[in-house]
Design a protein around this ligand. Structure first.
Ligand SMILES: [Zn+2]
Length: 447
């Protein structure tokens, strides 16, 4: 049907099928954001599943994978997972999966049991070489080696936050003595987590993993050297939107809004990351979505400000504009970077990650002719403190569909597809049409 939106008058179609006129719009596979911190239960003053998944949908994301470390209890046992799932299940607006956690509380001998018991319920395991979280400490070498082996045997990738704690400790001390009693500047935070910290950690991880290195996945890579080392060993890595969009010179402008761990790197590294992403040596891009309220962000001290950007809603729009439309990425690489790569890596490819027939109808409708400045007032996450504020982006998301059902619609598209009843969240740009609990819990091999 052409025109106003809905019809089932075509005799070749079933009575329950609807046709939406998407003339002038582009359809892409729904994005997968395999690195989010939705903080529920435990830290919902920062984010929760309803707002986080609403923001995901607003930004064209149809599946998220949530980290195990920023909820209480952390996901380190089937009981803890069940506790989290029982709460999240009724809140999610897009499909979701979980990672299990391997942390410094575990004895190396106990790690195989943890992996075995959680593997049926998770799509990977997360660990840290450095951690600022009391509830989820970093692993030591023995714990990491045990985890690398157990995860490989259990058929789930082992994810690592790769920054070497010794390199960071030395650099932090140096900055402290340089600064003396003067207040900290942004350069102190940046310099306290140098590029060497990442490369040293990646090389150590590859060595400790040994024959299981291929099963490693390094999260939020910011340096080219680390990404190249990873790909040479057949392991995988992701970078995040902020490492592609910003560099250390932007701290002067954005301050705490740009703070993440690890910090964004030099302009040169930023350019190299694009290059490696275009070549496939960086597999895909994630948001590392992590919001925080103003009082945790704006502490007045670069070293204590909360690190994290609520980025799940800017991941796809940014890559669409600056990757695909700006021709930094081919269409194939754009699709891998936003959906296919993560779907393959995390056992979701049978039903997610592309528009192939037989898969879930997860897709995004985009108006390619619309260019506008990104406005935080259109965000649906709890925190809207973002360095993407004001960025000029080409392409506007008109609708996000999960399993064929519209979850988010722009004001323009909502006239055609909804709303049914009052939307739970809406703003000047669009609205959420699904109900909390619509999002489906996914496990490895979901079809
Ligand atoms: Zn993270």
């Amino acid at each position: 049907m052409k025109g106003s939106g809905r019809s089932n008058t075509d005799p070749a179609r079933g009575a329950d099928e609807e046709i939406l006129d998407a003339k002038g719009l582009l359809a892409f596979p729904g994005a997968i954001d395999p690195h989010v911190h939705f903080d529920e239960p435990g830290f919902t003053h920062r984010e929760d599943f309803m707002h986080g998944s609403a923001e995901a949908a607003r930004g064209g994301v149809t599946t998220v994978i949530d980290m195990p470390c920023t909820s209480l209890p952390p996901v380190t046992s089937p009981q803890a997972l069940e506790e989290k799932l029982s709460i999240v299940r009724d809140r999610a607006l897009v499909d979701f999966a979980f990672y299990g956690g391997i942390n410094g509380h575990m004895k190396p001998d106990d790690i195989p049991g943890v992996v075995e018991s959680l593997a049926p319920h998770v799509v990977g395991f997360k660990s840290y070489f450095i951690s600022g979280m009391e509830t989820f400490p970093a692993v030591d070498e023995a714990q990491f080696a045990a985890a690398a082996k157990a995860c490989a045997k259990g058929g789930r990738p082992l994810l690592l936050h790769a920054e070497d704690p010794d390199v960071v400790a030395v650099a932090t001390k140096e900055r402290a003595s340089l600064r003396g009693s003067q207040p900290h500047q942004w350069i102190d935070y940046y310099a306290s987590r140098p590029m060497d910290a990442e490369t040293a950690a990646v090389l150590k991880a590859l060595k400790l993993a040994g024959q299981y290195a291929k099963n490693l996945h390094i999260v939020h890579v910011g340096t080219a050297k680390a990404a190249v080392a990873v790909s040479e060993r057949g392991a995988t890595c992701e970078t995040c939107t902020h490492y592609l969009a910003f560099d250390e010179t932007d701290f002067a402008r954005f301050g705490a809004a740009l703070k993440t761990a690890p910090p964004v790197k030099s302009p040169e590294q930023k350019a190299l990351l694009w290059h490696l992403l275009a070549r496939g040596q960086i597999g895909f891009v994630t948001s590392d979505h992590a919001g925080a309220p103003e009082y945790e962000k704006y502490t007045g001290d670069p070293l204590t400000a909360y690190g994290g950007i609520p980025g799940t809603g800017t991941l796809f729009p940014y890559l669409l504009s600056e990757g695909l439309f700006a021709k930094r990425l081919t269409l194939d690489r754009f699709l891998e970077a936003t959906s296919g790569g993560a779907a393959r890596r995390y056992g979701l490819w049978q039903a997610k990650g592309s528009l192939l027939p037989g898969k879930d109808a997860d897709f995004v409708l985009v108006d390619p002719d619309h260019t506008s400045r990104f406005s935080p007032s259109n965000m649906m996450s709890k925190s809207t403190i973002t360095p993407f504020a004001g960025m000029l982006l080409s392409g506007r998301i008109e609708g996000t569909f999960v399993r064929g059902i519209p979850v988010y619609a722009s004001v323009r598209l909502a006239a055609a597809v909804g709303p049914k009843g009052d939307p739970i969240l809406s703003n000047e740009a669009g609205m959420i049409l699904a109900r909390p609990g619509f999002g489906k819990f996914l496990t490895w091999g979901y079809r």
